[in-house]
Write a protein that binds this ligand. Structure first.
Ligand SMILES: NC(=O)C1=CN([C@@H]2O[C@H](COP(=O)(O)OP(=O)(O)OC[C@H]3O[C@@H](n4cnc5c(N)ncnc54)[C@H](O)[C@@H]3O)[C@@H](O)[C@H]2O)C=CC1
Length: 505
């Protein structure tokens, strides 16, 4: 097999890696693009250095990848769950073994800190390991019918599933989609975001090395056009999408033409409610975790922080103190805790939200400015200082729209009833959080929040055993947890007659 891209990573890698290897993968190998049209440069967010070129796949290549996946599906779906589990466990082991190198590559392509990237890679192999465990438990039901007849159900795969990913968790999103899909006996064609094309192909190489049939996990590069080709392809049974609400709607519409199943993991504007009886230090830490991971580019972030009026001054003091202490800089260094945003246009968009918030009456307590690290190699990076906004109102743009950057909006509230009404007054419903020491209140609030997840006394932890997904316009279907098996399989009912046919004719 050709040399892995992982072997190209130099010792000191910030701003030095250039990848010229092909980033498509099907038929068990990396594939050279057929045409070099609509090529887009891919930037290293921390430096602005061109990391590689993203060459989108056209119709012929998408068709080839899907056919390769279909061939693998025919073999893979015939294996017992235990046999599939063996390959998946081996893939998880290889990822674990190479976690540092994969994490470094993720940092180079995404800009998040190495500390966070290592967690992402660990969650990725954990997910593959978890679904490997479930692969051998898939089973149906036996139903007795009158006259000795009976029926049973078989849990069968769907076929070729498509995964379309966002740029904020490139390797983790690919793994979260591949793991349940493969455990159920499907094959997957994955399209990463055009801004983060690099690490999905590493996952493909690892599945191959672990013993998966050629084509089981394929990678096609591209943007909207390639994504649309995937959604329309007649041999695709399901599309699992992570991205924005507008694109999610298009994916659903395109998939509906072929009556394909869809999972949509979309955006959010999640509320975090902090009651005066909370343990304040934990609530402050929770608010930071809810806003500043991956430079604030996290779909389930709790960016609307409602704080009970009596504790607002202490809360703001502490939150600002800790936010100012966040160390920005070279994401490859262990003591950096915030890296660079994904792109220059995205940085400008986020800074634009801060400007607009100021115009609408918000007060910037800290951050919200472009940031230039002292290290000269980071001069061209897309950094901004994490921002806390006070004096926010529910009708402001910064409180209503997903910013997808390190910007926390803080608002006071007085009563539980009032805050619940305000927290639910949104078209999104991905996540939510509550900090309180009153256990009855905690569960009552959790039950009344209209969101797919509610964190009590913590925020943004995502164990693979726990279902993750949205309410309302944040999407439907789930990732992680046992329930996701339902989204990657279908039930066949087999009815068995033991006597004579009683014909009405
Ligand atoms: N709920 C969740 O689990 C997550 C949601 N997100 C959401 O993703 C968004 C940020 O990610 P972006 O990559 O900017 O989102 P995006 O919606 O622009 O793109 C997502 C993916 O869809 C592809 N795509 C774009 N147009 C398409 C089309 N017409 N047909 C098929 N595919 C198409 C893109 O190439 C990319 O791979 C945020 O809104 C965020 O909230 C991000 C991460 C996790």
């Amino acid at each position: 097999m050709a040399q892995s891209i992982l072997d190209l990573i130099p010792e000191t890698c910030t701003g030095t890696l250039t990848i010229t290897e092909h980033l498509n993968f099907w038929g068990g190998k990396r594939v050279k693009p057929l045409h070099e049209t609509n090529v887009e440069p891919v930037f290293e967010p921390a430096t602005g250095h061109v990391l590689c070129q993203m060459v989108p796949c056209g119709a012929e290549e998408v068709d080839e990848a899907i056919k390769s996946a279909y061939g693998a599906y025919k073999k893979w779906s015939k294996l017992a769950g235990t046999e599939r589990a063996r390959v998946m466990l081996e893939a998880a082991r290889i990822i674990r073994e190479r976690r540092e190198k994969i994490a470094k590559l993720e940092v180079i392509n995404n800009g998040k800190s190495i500390t966070e990237a290592l967690v992402d890679i660990d969650i990725a192999w954990e997910s593959i390991e978890y679904y490997a465990g479930l692969a051998s438990t898939l089973s149906g039901q036996h139903v007795q019918l009158p006259g000795g007849a009976f029926a049973y159900t078989r849990r069968e795969p769907l076929g070729v599933c498509v995964g379309i990913g966002a740029w904020n968790y490139p390797f983790q999103i690919a793994s979260w989609k591949a793991a349940p899909a493969l455990a159920c006996g499907n094959a997957m064609v994955f399209k990463p975001s055009p801004m983060t094309p690099v690490t999905a192909v590493i996952l493909a190489e690892i599945f191959k090395e672990a013993g998966a049939p050629d084509g089981l996990f394929c990678v096609v590069q591209g943007g909207a056009e390639t994504g649309s080709l995937l959604c329309h392809h007649p041999m695709v049974a399901k599309v699992s999408f992570t991205g924005s609400v507008p694109t999610g709607k298009k994916v659903m519409e395109m998939s509906s033409k072929g009556v394909k199943q869809v999972t949509l993991e979309l955006g959010g504007k999640s509320p975090l409610i902090i009651f005066k009886d909370c343990e304040l230090e934990n609530a402050v830490k929770g608010a930071l975790m809810a806003n500043f991971l991956t430079q604030g580019q996290v779909c389930c972030n709790g960016t609307r922080v409602y704080v009970q009026r009596e504790i607002m001054p202490q809360f703001l003091d502490e939150v600002v103190k800790r936010t100012k202490a966040i160390r920005l800089g070279d994401p490859m260094l262990d003591d950096t805790n915030m890296g660079a945003l994904i792109s220059k246009p995205h940085l400008e968009k986020v800074l634009g939200f801060v400007d607009q918030a100021k115009k609408q009456g918000a007060k910037v307590l800290c951050g919200g400015e472009p940031f230039t690290p002292t290290d000269p190699k980071l001069k061209g990076g897309y950094f901004m200082s994490p921002c806390v906004l006070d004096n926010c109102r529910d009708d402001m743009t910064c409180v209503k729209e997903e910013i997808f950057g390190p910007v926390m909006s803080v608002m006071p509230f007085d009563t539980e009833e009032e805050v619940l009404q305000r927290a639910n007054n949104t078209t999104f419903g991905l996540a939510s959080g509550v900090f309180t020491r009153d256990i009855s209140r905690a569960h009552r609030v959790a039950a009344n929040l209209e969101a797919g997840t509610c964190f009590i006394n913590n925020y943004n932890i995502s164990p693979v055993q726990v279902p993750f997904g949205g309410y309302k316009m944040s999407g439907f279907g789930r990732e992680n947890g046992e329930v996701t098996i339902e989204y990657y399989s279908q039930l066949k009912t087999v009815v068995v007659e033991m006597g004579d046919v009683e014909s009405l004719f």
